[in-house]
Design a protein. Structure first.
Length: 136
């Protein structure tokens, strides 16, 4: 019994041996004395969950520009014979996010666009100068 009670301090003495009864006792007692079991710390169960926030709706006056940027990204991707999946793996971006950017349905941030351009091996200046405004 002394051996099992001694092992309650497993957090200070990780090298100590522990009997199966001790783990049950530690987990049970942790609820009452403010200790948290190691699994909880390792798995990150205590972290607060971030609530999903949908993307901001694109304003009509921005839609044309975002659509032209997205269309040009698609053209370059096809010219380089890269699939959207390959591009997304290189940029660590979800395919859905890339889909929304390429369709001009979301506002992209600078980092996302720069990651895409880097993966496609194109200079930012070249890219923006290649986007032509539609003549009315």
């Amino acid at each position: 019994m002394d051996k099992c009670i001694h092992n309650i301090f497993i957090w200070e003495n990780p090298e100590s041996t522990i009997c199966p009864f001790s783990w049950t006792f530690i987990i049970f007692m942790s609820k009452y004395i403010g200790m948290s079991p190691r699994e909880k710390e390792i798995n990150g169960a205590d972290k607060p969950k971030v609530k999903y926030k949908p993307p901001q709706e694109v304003k009509p006056e921005h839609k044309e520009f975002l659509t032209r940027v997205g269309a040009r990204l698609e053209e370059i991707r096809k010219e380089t014979k890269m699939t959207s999946s390959e591009l997304c793996k290189k940029t660590k971006m979800s395919r859905y996010t890339y889909y929304l950017i390429s369709r001009g349905q979301v506002y992209w941030n600078s980092l996302s666009l720069l990651d895409i351009l880097t993966a496609l091996n194109i200079n930012e200046t070249q890219f923006f100068s290649s986007i032509k405004k539609k003549s009315k």
